[in-house]
Design a protein around this ligand. Structure first.
Ligand code: IVH
Length: 691
């Protein structure tokens, strides 16, 4: 067997086992055997680099995301769904469908629907070209989404190649989500390192997809389900499906993951039975679902019903009622965050809600407490919708004690005793003492957290110890810690589930943490920027800034205008960053970190790779209308190869708009803004300067 044949054989086997494992949840071989196949393929590919193809299973993580994600226009808008919150509202939906069909001259007694579980994730549109995955885009505003191909390629449930090579291009849509176990694992890790928890799997999935580091995305364990084949785009198919159920079967046959509990329901009673059944059973699933999506099965009937500007008339989302319970609110306590924000929360008599024991609930802010008139000692109604942290809905007034008094925000910080302030026009109270120990504690937890400097072992309890012992007074002091200083510290911390964790620092543990600290000195620049905990500068903004500016020095010298002209950095972020950098204390901190050996620039090699200095670098084009010599995607790819950016919308910053046949509003907008336009001949000249 030649190397090429063996490579093909290995890819075939790996694709098969990936489907068994990630799509069907029914593996046939042990993980170690799978790893062995993968290793062999990796070895053969590294020995034969000319045989590497983009759809090889070894290439899930590859390439790089440019300074930000490009905006892409959807072939057809990605609509949202109308909701039904009760059986009656679902009955009303069925009636509207039947009336609509009658009005179109197609009366029916009972409508056949497909009921699917509603996946609590992020909508995703995948484009396959001749069976190969070429693009993945988020929903965005429905018209334009973000190109997240690099990240979606890392999701093992998403095939890089369809099982049958389908001629031409097609688009499938569905949902990228966090399986419950992966979500719990991540939040557990975050809890242990003191990072803020993701409120729900959907937020976690959205945040992960927007991360600029595909290798990190690959580790998080996202998964996906698909449920839609774009009508029209799949026109290359010889016979398109006639019913939604057939679409689902076809997607499945191509190797795409389809949630398997869908059911064809004839008439409203069968639908209601399905909804009732899954309201009971949903906690047995390995993913979160917040309802059932009900869709007319017959695609001709769908076409007759059509859509409104926002929703299809042939589908609705039946939402499961959120679980609610009453319990005693023992105390309203406040928490001081990293930015000094003081947020109230309810300490509750523990109660079981949606399968977990709940002893705390958010109360948002003081205004919210006053509006709801929630008081200490009240019986309150608590709800757990899709979120990890439950919320207090309101008091049960009939059970209120006559002694209950309205709650007031404490006048002083519970941690440092300084007066609390509420800035003009804001709802949030703050402790403005820059050296408040609570802020420093939270700030250090953030600095050391997995998504920032990633210093394993330096979590909440150790930080509390270090602060108590006076060993650390700011982030830079972390780099002065030695095994001797750490060894011997002991700490106890109580987790939110009430369990106590004892940590003792023996020499071994101390040495581990010191090694982690040492390692973190050479972290990527974005981790440092994010770790500083500047207001509004999240993980992604930090990545964008690091890519765009390349070093802390260049960033520190940037004006608000320069910051703001960075793709994705808006005025709020730019102002916040500039004012943080202007504070002498903060500049001193950066210098102390630098002196401690923390890396303050993007390595040269990476910078060169990210910059891709093609002849059109720094230029942005918009394509509109139909081109005759190539598709828009081909034109986009050709422009990008030369270093240009291709955007979905025209602005003053656009270099030129390429106008094809039957161009619409974008050509007009270009004229309005005085942006030059290019016809197809000019585009070809731009792409092939020699010809
Ligand atoms: S069908 C034309 N099916 O829910 C609309 N959507 O609340 C096509 N969702 O934007 C959507 N599970 O992101 C459909 N089985 C399912 C779904 C589902 C989750 C999401 C989807 C949609 C949102 C609307």
């Amino acid at each position: 067997m030649t190397a090429a044949e063996r490579i093909e054989e290995l890819r075939r086997q790996i694709r098969y086992h990936e489907e068994r494992y990630y799509v069907l949840s029914d593996p046939e071989i042990a993980d170690a055997e799978f790893d062995a196949l993968m290793k062999e393929l990796e070895r053969l590919e590294s020995e034969n680099p000319d045989l590497v193809t983009d759809d090889s299973p070894t290439r899930r993580v590859g390439g790089r995301v440019a300074a930000g994600f490009d905006t892409v226009e959807h072939a057809q808008p990605m609509l949202s769904l109308d909701n039904a919150y009760s059986d009656d509202e679902l009955r009303a939906f069925d009636e509207r469908v039947r009336k609509g069909l009658s009005a179109e001259g197609q009366p029916v007694e009972t409508v056949a629907y497909v009921a699917e579980l509603k996946i609590d994730g992020v909508s995703m549109a995948l484009t396959y070209d001749h069976g190969a995955l070429v693009r993945a885009a988020t929903r965005g505003d429905g018209v334009r989404g973000e190109d997240v191909t690099f990240n979606v390629r890392t999701i093992r449930a998403v095939p890089l190649r369809l099982k049958e090579s389908v001629p031409g291009r097609l688009e499938v849509r569905g949902e990228v989500y966090f399986p419950r176990k992966a979500f719990e694992r991540i939040n557990k890790e975050r809890e242990e390192t003191g990072e803020p928890l993701f409120a729900n799997p959907r937020n976690a999935a959205a945040g992960t997809l927007r991360n600029l580091d595909p290798a990190l995305v690959a580790k998080r364990g996202l998964s996906a389900f698909f449920y839609q084949l774009l009508p029209g785009v799949g026109a290359d198919l010889q016979v398109g499906p006639a019913a939604h159920g057939e679409t689902l079967e076809r997607l499945r046959a191509w190797g795409l993951p389809v949630e398997r509990h869908w059911r064809r329901c004839v008439g409203i009673e069968e639908l209601l039975a399905f909804c009732g059944e899954w309201d009971q059973k949903r906690r047995s699933l390995e993913f979160d679902t917040d309802g059932v999506v009900v869709k007319v099965d017959d695609l001709r009937q769908r076409a007759l019903l059509g859509t409104t500007s926002k929703f299809p008339r042939w589908a609705t989302a039946f939402k499961f009622p959120a679980e609610q319970k009453t319990t005693l609110l023992k105390r309203i306590a406040v928490n001081v965050g990293r930015t000094g924000a003081v947020t109230p929360f309810a300490e509750l008599e523990p109660v079981t809600l949606a399968g977990t024991t709940v002893s705390m609930a958010t109360l948002h802010n003081a205004d919210d407490i006053a509006r709801k008139d929630v008081r200490e000692g009240d019986w309150v109604l608590v709800e757990k919708a899709g979120d990890v942290i439950p919320r207090v809905i309101g008091p049960v007034l009939s059970r209120r004690s006559p002694d209950a008094v309205p709650w007031q925000m404490p006048a002083t910080c519970p941690q440092c005793g300084s007066a609390l302030h509420r800035p003009e026009g804001e709802v949030v109270w703050r402790c403005e003492n820059t050296s408040c120990p609570a802020k420093l504690q939270r700030g250090l937890e953030h600095f050391a957290s997995r998504s920032a400097m990633n210093i394993e072992g330096l979590g909440e309890s150790l930080i509390a110890q270090l602060l108590d012992a006076g060993l650390v007074k700011d982030y830079a002091d972390v780099y002065g810690l030695t095994t001797e200083k750490l060894a011997g510290l002991t700490s106890t911390s109580v987790r939110t589930d009430g369990r106590e964790i004892q940590r003792r620092f023996g020499d071994k543990n101390a040495a581990k943490v010191v090694a982690e600290i040492e390692r973190s000195r050479s972290n990527e620049l974005w981790r440092v920027i994010f770790g500083l905990g500047i207001r509004h500068i999240g993980e992604r903004a930090a990545q964008v800034l690091a890519r765009a500016f390349g070093s802390m020095d260049v960033l520190m010298a940037a004006t608000v205008e320069q910051l703001q002209s960075t793709h994705e950095i808006g005025p709020v972020l730019a102002e916040s960053l500039r004012s943080w950098l202007d504070e002498p204390r903060n500049r001193a901190l950066v210098e102390r970190l630098r002196a401690a050996g923390v890396r303050m620039e993007v390595p040269e090699a990476e910078r060169a790779a990210a910059a891709l200095p093609g002849p059109l670098a720094g230029k942005t084009y918009v394509l509109t209308g139909t081109l005759t010599s190539m598709s828009r995607e081909q034109a986009t790819a050709a422009l990008e190869r030369l270093g240009a950016k291709v955007s979905g919308s025209v602005s003053k910053k656009t270099t030129a708009v390429v106008v094809g046949a039957e161009a619409g509003s974008k050509a007009e907008k270009a004229r309005e803004l005085g942006v030059p336009t290019l016809d197809e001949t000019a585009l070809l000249a731009l792409l092939n300067p020699e010809s």
